[in-house]
Design a protein around this ligand. Structure first.
Ligand SMILES: CSC[C@H]1O[C@H](OP(=O)(O)O)[C@H](O)[C@@H]1O
Ligand code: ADE
Length: 297
């Protein structure tokens, strides 16, 4: 284990189901980080990838022991912020809600619908109030870098959908057929259980966020396909794992060479409502990493 205080990484990667490590990472250090919001899902793995210093975190833990509702999303994002992460690539397995989006395709989601019920999706409260803008919930520039990286790789048999609406459900049970049809009628593209808290917290932490979705199934609405199961998801992820690693590696290289300007990096500028003299000292201290830059004269 390494002392975390000196280690920095500008690019973060969160790996979801089936993506528990980055194989090409070099000079790897495993870091145990504590945050004011508790411990993250696992140790952070920091190392060099495509010339950049990156921090990798397995969202469910490396042994996949955390259910979506039990993932410490606040600690995860705060820990990445503590390391200096400014760009975050989040990889997730998703079900498809549209016929033309097939298992093993990739989707870069640009919108979300929140159907979660038991998640803590804000750092604020305890006397400090902030309302971030979330109309465009991902960073368009980072998503563009991701799309260009995928296209440049020209991977055989890989179809990319550059936009999509990710419906985030609570889980852990998969949807009923009636729910799946309802989400289709809402125009949702893919379904998963993890991206909403992450995207909101990343925005509050002024980290640019992009959502890379690996399609694994047709959920339970498609008349010609079996209903989703963990076996089906893992089988398709297994086939896509190599592509996912290559895509992330290429994206990191491009980000390192040419880090884009992102509105996410100033998301809190006009979001904090509480007057500084009314802020409880303990909360201000807890949120210092996020708010201090806007409170100091
Ligand atoms: C293992 S099947 C369901 C599980 O897979 C997805 O995880 P992630 O978003 O972390 O890739 C989905 O959201 C569920 O958590
Ligand atoms: N059909 C589905 N529903 C929810 N999360 C998923 N992750 C992968 N496939 C899924």
């Amino acid at each position: 284990m390494t002392d975390s205080t000196k280690i920095r990484a500008k690019i973060g990667i969160i790996g979801g189901s089936g993506l528990y490590q980055m194989e090409a990472l070099q000079d790897v250090q495993e870091i145990q980080i504590e945050t004011p919001f508790g411990s993250p899902s696992d140790d952070l793995i920091v190392g060099k990838l495509s010339g950049a210093q990156v921090a990798f975190l397995a969202r469910h833990g490396r042994g996949h022991h955390l259910m979506p509702s039990d993932i410490p999303f606040r600690a995860n994002i705060y820990a990445l912020k503590q390391l200096g992460v400014e760009y975050l690539i989040s990889a997730s397995a998703v079900g498809s809600l549209k016929a033309e989006i097939k298992p093993r395709d990739l989707v870069i989601s640009h919108q979300f619908i929140d159907r979660t019920k038991h998640r803590l999706s804000t750092f604020f409260g305890d006397g400090i109030v902030a309302h971030i803008g979330f109309g465009h919930p991902v960073c368009a520039q980072l998503s563009q870098v991701l799309a260009e990286a995928i296209e440049s790789l020209d991977l055989p048999d890989l179809t990319l959908h550059k936009q999509g609406t990710y419906l985030c459900m609570e889980g852990p049970a998969f949807s009923t057929q009636a729910e799946s049809e309802l989400y289709r009628s809402w125009g949702a593209t893919v379904i998963g259980m993890t991206n909403i808290p992450e995207a909101k917290l990343a925005r509050e932490a002024e980290i640019a966020y992009a959502s890379l979705n690996l399609v694994t199934d047709y959920d339970c609405w498609h008349p010609d396909h079996d209903h989703v199961s963990v076996e089906m998801i893992l089988d398709n992820l297994h086939h896509n794992a190599e592509n996912a690693q290559k895509v992330i590696q290429e994206t990191v290289g491009r980000l390192h060479e040419n880090p884009p300007v992102s509105e996410a990096h100033s998301a809190l500028k006009y979001a904090i409502v509480t007057r500084p003299e009314f802020m409880p000292e303990a909360t201000r201290k807890k949120l210092g990493l996020l708010v201090d830059k806007y409170l100091q004269k």
